[in-house]
Design a protein around this ligand. Structure first.
Ligand code: ADP
Ligand code: MG
Length: 222
């Protein structure tokens, strides 16, 4: 599902440098990504999603070489293939929860919003336990509820790959376990692959594998 080779990345004008000779994730795997703050975990997710472009190397996701796509293609590929649960959710406050969940369908012609999609959005909100909240705006939700909305949005297009950036980071232990259960169940249900950055070491044994950034020769020049 993911194949990274000879990856080199550097932020323009920045000191940070990421070197990843080889990294792979099999289809259907659930992999946790750990590593110190600032080691490049979020940077890697953004590279896999085609939000950032490598200086050298190849990134292949679901059989497509993301690093070789043009801007529009890369954006459409991301929206149709990858469900991204951002660390800060990135929900739009001027939209209701429903419209946030449907957002991927409004920003690309590669996805068609029809009655079936709306029905699946309603069903997903139900699975995530936020049915009663879908007409609210994100500012009227708790952290855990926002997280669930963000997960619904990431899952709705039935992405083959879910990238989750500390998706359980700000939650209390009970909510944390519950949200992870929901996420895992949906990943299984949709036969997706999961790559999740986490600081919760007590959750690691629930994943198939742990990828530690210590092994990726990430460093700052400073
Ligand atoms: P992590 O998610 O592991 O905490 P990040 O991938 O967010 O780490 O960041 C890795 C390094 O890149 C950090 O040193 C950070 O300061 C730097 N960095 C992140 N975003 C940018 C940017 N847009 N421009 C320059 N440097 C950045
Ligand atoms: Mg991060």
């Amino acid at each position: 599902m993911i194949s990274v080779r000879g990856l080199e990345f550097k932020y323009e004008g920045g000191e940070f440098h990421l070197t990843m000779p080889e990294f792979g994730v099999e289809r259907g795997e659930k992999v946790a990504v750990i590593g110190p703050s600032g080691s490049g975990k979020t940077t890697l997710l953004n590279l896999l999603a085609g939000i950032l472009s490598p200086v050298a190397g190849t990134i292949t996701v679901a059989g497509t070489e993301v690093s070789a796509l043009g801007d529009t293609e890369r954006r459409d590929f991301r929206i149709t293939t990858i469900g991204f649960v951002f660390q800060d959710f990135e929900l739009l406050d001027y939209l209701t929860v429903t419209d946030n969940i449907l957002l991927p369908y409004r920003i690309t012609s590669a996805l068609a919003l029809d009655r079936d999609v709306r029905a699946r959005a309603t069903a997903l909100a139900g699975e995530m336990g936020i049915s009663d909240l879908v007409q609210r705006h994100p500012s009227e939700l708790s952290q855990g509820e926002k997280q669930r909305a963000a997960i619904c949005r990431a899952l709705l297009p039935r992405p083959r790959l879910i990238l989750a950036d500390e998706a359980t980071g700000n939650l209390d232990p009970v909510n944390k376990t519950h949200i992870l259960d929901l996420l895992f169940r949906s990943v299984d249900h949709h036969e997706a692959t999961l790559l999740a950055v986490t600081h919760d070491h007590e959750l690691l044994d629930r994943f198939d594998r742990v990828a530690d950034f210590k092994d990726f020769h990430a460093w700052g020049d400073a």
